[in-house]
Design a protein around this ligand. Structure first.
Ligand SMILES: Cc1cc2nc3c(=O)[nH]c(=O)nc-3n(C[C@H](O)[C@H](O)[C@H](O)COP(=O)(O)OP(=O)(O)OC[C@H]3O[C@@H](n4cnc5c(N)ncnc54)[C@H](O)[C@@H]3O)c2cc1C
Length: 619
């Protein structure tokens, strides 16, 4: 049932730039009001201005009539006045009637337009234009071209070159591949079996699909559930082949850690050479893992790993098969012919503010906090795939949003102020507590962005009590944030409220209410588990600015069970694979942070499968 099938030949050839383009928004209907033309004196107004002016004058007339719509449209008056011509419900539809009704500029309706606060702007390598032959300075031949050398790309290139024969070229746009993660979600495999942690495959598929509220195709999640255990075993073999001495291990995390009971699917990584803080620091282990995999790859005689080299545009032959890509390095453009296929492992688009704005929910990108040191993730893979007719996940794209965002970055755990940031209660700009502080990161982030101004002014509020026995160290670490005016220490809640610019009475009432929940061991408002909660009280009170942050985007090109990119007829595009953050069909709406490690689980499984399948030359 899941066997590889040879896709039917395309009847028409398309050039790389002829791919299915997003449908442009069209304005339906002319600049008239039904049954009429532009009124005298309105010629100089823009269409938008005219509609708004017309709307306002109609409202004015109704108000002058003394009954703003209601009596004016009732009974015989409505018939004789013909306020709305009756065409049996078949009136002209005009989008601007809806978008122009708002007194503020809107993005879709009724979402406030917002620029992405993300300041990380990477260099986009994708080019839509036709690149002239005269600009291409050389042609190289390979079997498999892997674009990107983050986790997914390094895994795909290793899997493709495992047979010692398949010629693999792996290109990375930056001077180093991105690697940000600590845990990997898998179903099955040796380490899980040894730990006696057998997770039911059907249950996990159901959990993942539920998390997407079933807005996902069938196969990507099935692929993860079927082969992630095998991929984890294979990855350990690559670590054994490497020099760092990395080991996968299972640590029995609390399955109810985030008040969402789920089977524990996470494997973590350890290495004697790593310090305690390597793994504690958010994303820390990933940097070393990707470096080790890349190092192993670079030693293989049939693999060629090149940094500072970008994939720019895919190329296809007359049958529509992807034959390779135009790439770019310090010497300019060059063509790579990849006889067995191209794997897009270029990650997401979190370092491309314009794309974030175009494809994501406004609230998901409004906060400026962003946590990722690599700026290579500019959506090149998604764009290259779309340009050859690839199917993109439906919008809005899903983002891995966590809380712990600071005004310009992320309060990583190694900063030493976690107790304050994570123990305090969450307070919005009205001074109100707004969610359970025990939720998964992504849910807390969503709760933040659901507050006024997309949560760009929300806080954690704590007291001496929450700091516990390490209070002195935490306060020392907090000092730089106080100096930046991101945090404040106060002797009373009144004083704290003044710094926060929230109503003091509201804040005091919320804190008092929360303290009764602690006494009663029951959070009547948000159902936070209260066993370990402590009262916000003591000599000093603290507030720290605490926002949503972006870690990665997780939407991309929809793939099948073999990681082949599908077109909009769900037919695989020959010669083209996508994996990891560049691929889609796996998440929808949100990143399900209550499930353990699904993103990295997908990267490793899909990297492994795409590399292996491409090397087999079956497509
Ligand atoms: C702090 C942090 C912690 C995280 N922790 C976890 C975790 O514990 N578990 C989990 O499941 N997920 C985690 N994630 C998410 C995880 O980082 C991503 O899901 C994962 O790294 C995606 O891997 P990838 O290789 O597909 O893409 P990336 O890691 O983004 O790598 C893509 C690479 O492609 C390169 N590239 C882009 N365009 C081109 C081009 N045109 N040509 C050549 N190269 C190109 C980029 O420079 C980059 O190096 C975390 C994320 C962050 C930021």
């Amino acid at each position: 049932m899941y066997g590889l099938v040879r896709r039917r030949k395309r009847k028409t050839a398309q050039s790389a730039s002829e791919g299915r383009a997003p449908r442009a928004r069209t304005s339906r209907g002319a600049a008239t009001i039904k049954g009429g033309t532009l009124a005298e004196g309105t010629e100089g107004l823009s269409r938008r201005g005219f509609v708004r002016a017309a709307g306002l004058s109609l409202l004015g007339a109704a108000a002058a009539g003394g009954a703003l719509g209601l009596s004016g449209c009732s009974g015989s008056d409505a018939q004789s006045g013909v306020a709305v011509e009756n065409k049996g419900g078949c009136g002209d539809f005009n989008e601007s009637l809806y978008t122009d009704a708002f007194p503020v500029k809107t993005r879709n309706v009724p979402v406030l337009d917002v620029e992405s606060g993300i300041v990380r702007q990477g260099n986009v390598a994708f080019e839509m234009r036709t690149i002239a032959e005269s600009e291409i300075n050389r042609t190289e031949e390979t079997d498999v071209l892997v674009c990107g050398c983050g986790l997914t790309g390094s895994v795909a290139a290793l899997a493709a070159s495992d047979d010692g024969k398949t010629k693999v070229l792996c290109i990375e746009k930056m001077s180093k591949g991105r690697g940000m993660f600590e845990g990997m979600g898998v179903v099955g495999g040796k380490v899980m079996a040894e730990a006696g942690n057998e997770v039911d495959k059907a249950e996990m598929m159901d959990r993942m699909r539920h998390a997407a509220y079933y807005r996902v195709p069938i196969d990507p999640i099935k692929l993860w559930a079927d082969r992630s255990g095998e991929a984890a075993d294979w990855l350990q073999e690559k670590f054994d082949e490497g020099e760092a001495g990395i080991h996968e291990y299972y640590k029995a995390n609390n399955a109810n850690a985030h008040n969402f009971e789920v089977p524990q699917t996470e494997l973590e990584f350890k290495c004697e050479k790593w310090s305690e803080t390597t793994t504690k620091n958010a994303g820390g282990a990933g940097i070393y893992i990707v470096a080790d995999l890349a190092n192993t790859l670079s030693k293989r005689s049939n693999a060629d790993l090149r940094y500072n080299t970008a994939a720019v545009q895919l190329e296809r032959n007359a049958d529509g098969r992807v034959t390779g890509a135009i790439c770019k390095d310090a010497d300019g453009y060059f063509r790579v012919n990849a006889s067995k296929g191209v794997v897009l492992a270029t990650g997401g688009f979190d370092a491309n503010p314009a794309m974030l704005k175009a494809w994501c929910r406004a609230e998901d990108i409004a906060a400026c906090a962003s946590w990722c040191p690599n700026e290579g993730t500019t959506g090149d893979g998604q764009l290259m795939g779309l340009a050859v007719g690839g199917q993109m996940d439906p919008l809005p794209a899903a983002i891995m949003n966590f809380d712990f965002g600071s005004p310009d970055s992320f309060y990583a755990s190694n900063l030493g102020i976690t107790a304050l940031v994570s123990q305090g209660i969450m307070i919005n700009e009205q001074g109100r507590r707004f969610c359970s502080e025990g939720l998964p990161f992504q849910a807390r982030s969503n709760a933040i962005t659901a507050q006024a101004h997309y949560g760009t002014k929300t806080f954690r509020v704590a007291s001496t009590t929450q700091l516990g026995k390490n209070a002195a160290t935490i306060l020392e670490k907090l000092q730089p944030y106080i100096e930046k005016d991101w945090a404040h220490e106060a002797s009373s809640l009144d004083e704290l409220a003044e710094w926060m610019d929230v109503p003091a009475e509201t804040l005091k009432a919320e804190v008092a209410q929360f303290n009764t929940y602690v006494d009663n061991k029951k959070d009547e408002m948000f159902n936070r588990p209260m066993a370990k909660a402590t009262k916000v009280e003591g000599e000093k009170y603290y507030a720290i600015k605490h926002q949503s942050s972006i870690l990665a985007t997780v939407s991309g090109l929809v793939v099948d069970y073999h990681c082949r990119v599908l077109d909009y007829d769900n037919e695989p595009i020959e010669g083209l694979f996508a994996a990891g953050g560049a691929s889609g069909g796996f998440f929808s709406g949100n990143y399900p942070r209550h499930i353990f490690g699904p993103s990295v689980g997908r990267c490793v499984t899909f990297g492994y499968v795409s590399g292996q399948t491409a090397a087999q030359g079956v497509n």
